[in-house]
Design a protein around this ligand. Structure first.
Ligand SMILES: [Zn+2]
Length: 82
């Protein structure tokens, strides 16, 4: 019985470690605010609203922007100059 309890504690600890390692990756894929699936973001180039999880994210000049497509990202970047 004690062995079983120790196993449970270890399993829980392992679960927490795995969760801590896996979950932030998931967040990064889905968006910076914790993966709110239906949140909409605006493309700063064409002004279209797109679901955050489908947006093309680019870091331009130290700021993160969300675009509807790679094309808009490139156009916006060249428009910004730098
Ligand atoms: Zn666009």
């Amino acid at each position: 019985m004690i062995r079983f309890l120790i196993f449970l504690i270890l399993a829980y600890a392992a679960f927490r470690v795995v969760k801590a390692v896996v979950w932030p990756k998931e967040k990064i894929i889905r968006g910076p605010d914790g993966g709110v699936i239906d949140e909409m973001v605006q493309d700063p180039y064409c002004k279209t609203y797109i679901p955050k999880r489908e947006a093309v994210r680019k870091i331009i000049g130290g700021e993160t922007y969300s675009f509807c497509s790679e094309e808009c990202a490139k156009k916006f970047e060249s428009q910004k100059g730098s």
